[in-house]
Design a protein around this ligand. Sequence first.
Ligand SMILES: Nc1nc2c(ncn2[C@@H]2O[C@H](COP(=O)(O)OP(=O)(O)OP(=O)(O)O)[C@@H](O)[C@H]2O)c(=O)[nH]1
Ligand SMILES: [Mg+2]
Length: 628
Amino acid sequence: MRSPSINRQTIVCCAAAIVVKTTAATAFIPPTTITKHTNVQFVTFSSKTNREFEHPQDVFDLNIIQPDDVSSFASSLPSTSFVDIETDYDQILSSDDASTTITDSSELIDDEDQDRILTEREDRLFLTTNVKKIETCILIGVEDLSSLRRNKKEARKSNIDLASYNLDFSLEESMIEMRELIKTAGLDLRGEITQRLQEINPKTYIGTGKVIEAQTLLNEMNAKLEKEGQPPCCTVVFDAELTPGQQKALENAFNKKVIENDFLGSKQGDVINVVDRTALILDIFAQHAKTREGKLQVDLALHEYRKPRLTRMWTHLERQSGAGGVGLRGPGETQLEVDKRILRDRIIVLKEKINEVQKQRDLHRRSRKKKGLPVLALVGYTNAGKSTLLNSLTKAGILAENILFATLDPTTRRVKLPGYKTHPEVLLTDTVGFIQKLPTQLVAAFRATLEEVREADVLIHMIDISNPTWKKQEQSVNEVLEEIDAGDKPIVRVYNKIDLLDKADAESIKLEAALAEDFSVGVSSLTGEGLADFVAVVENALSGLLVRVELELPYSCGNEINLIHEVGAIDVIDYRENGTYVLGKVPRSLAMKLDQYSVANNDGQEDTSESNGKEDEIDWAALAKGRH
Ligand SMILES: Nc1nc2c(ncn2[C@@H]2O[C@H](COP(=O)(O)OP(=O)(O)OP(=O)(O)O)[C@@H](O)[C@H]2O)c(=O)[nH]1
Ligand SMILES: [Mg+2]
């Protein structure tokens, strides 16, 4: 089986090569990745022009990560070797297949021969015969009734109503979501089969009868497509996470006819691929990743996914291979072992690169922390409206689309909250959306991105209240937050898209949210309805983050007093003989900075840490009370 995402990577690699081959430059964009690939130099370019890297003063754009090595390489290049790269690259981006493979000269081997061997190996790992075809597919949905039985039992045991206990998606709900995923991935869905299973069949996931039913559907459909002169349906998408063994067994079953025909001399190329839910989501991520960081993370997740599936892909090629560069393979190594090694090595390199990116992110975060501005992270189910809210508040121009996983790379903006006393400015980070059963490879690979969530002071959980499954979506998001250790952060629940409800329902959501003990609010990010309430609720949530201070600042500390006004709240200010007396609340980071001016310290008493700590505790306790 070959993942459909690979087609796109390959196409763009070729496109990038064509860009480099042209001459007479008019514009230059720093290349983000450079690698030697056979006789062609591969250079991929950032999608942003140099102009776009300049930011308005009150806006931070922290999602652009430029590798240090790139600028030195760029300066060594003759500018005339690039022609109108902006236009060429725009063309590449405007094509459907805009993702690029992230490679770097350091991760490929210098020697040309070795490079050729690697290229050949990777082509076989990544290439499919379906390049440029619009893929048609059928969808197989399965409900595992054993899990429902377990939930029922647990609900009875805990004396809880099953509806509020069983937050698994039903078969129908899951199928609706799968259709959206399939559409987002660019596949053309032609048929569906569903099955409710008492127990999962360990060999083929679905029952044997259903495998035959799927085969029949494929045969009928392909006969029809052939009559119409259209390419056959070659993809079967499963709404389940399949083991490599199940995937192999299913592909064997579906391709039986093709293999038999092969022996009779029929043409190859119509091999049926089985794609599980994880592969489909990975493919969407691969298509949507735009920054270097995003692409590295997706690449890592893809490689982790492929690792255990390699056997299945290449058993037909398994043989002893002799030729090869020194260090590339040992004598007697099988083709499969070589391919496995390539994948393993690549995973190590990708992890190292992601670590570097993570270090850069840490630096950014530390410098942001020094400013003392609170950080809010927008989290939520995919398509809930996170980017739309950030755009409404900042006019950030982030892609907000009615597709799943439109945002992959975190973007942080400085946001002024109008009429907001304690924190007139905050940093708001838009992050990748979650989904039920988020593939574990993705959670692991997106560690650097998800760190932004873990490090935030307050989470803004966007919930699409117009979606009938919003409760289940909310639960799935909470599960991922737990998984990444961000479950205990203060949360503001934002019930979004109230404009899609009828008026009475919208009003009751707003009222319920206003009366709720936790921080919640009903809004429409699109129309702006309820955004003033949103600001007020965020203010309440953030007030719990301030610590009380009592200071006496020398008159030379005008800047510090301005800062307290800006990021804190002053209850008493008095201009005294020795300086300005301030009683108020400030963010913890600022309190630490101002500790030398603390009245308690100056009076020679025990330091304020105890009282600060106490205040802090009280604030957190109040915050916690508000939440539960
Ligand atoms: N009617 C309505 N549509 C909204 C609202 N907020 C967002 N949308 C639409 O919902 C779709 C998804 O919005 P996004 O902002 O991209 O959602 P997201 O949560 O950032 O999605 P991902 O980046 O995929 O996780 C877009 O078509 C938006 O126009 C709202 O309040 N009302
Ligand atoms: Mg988004």
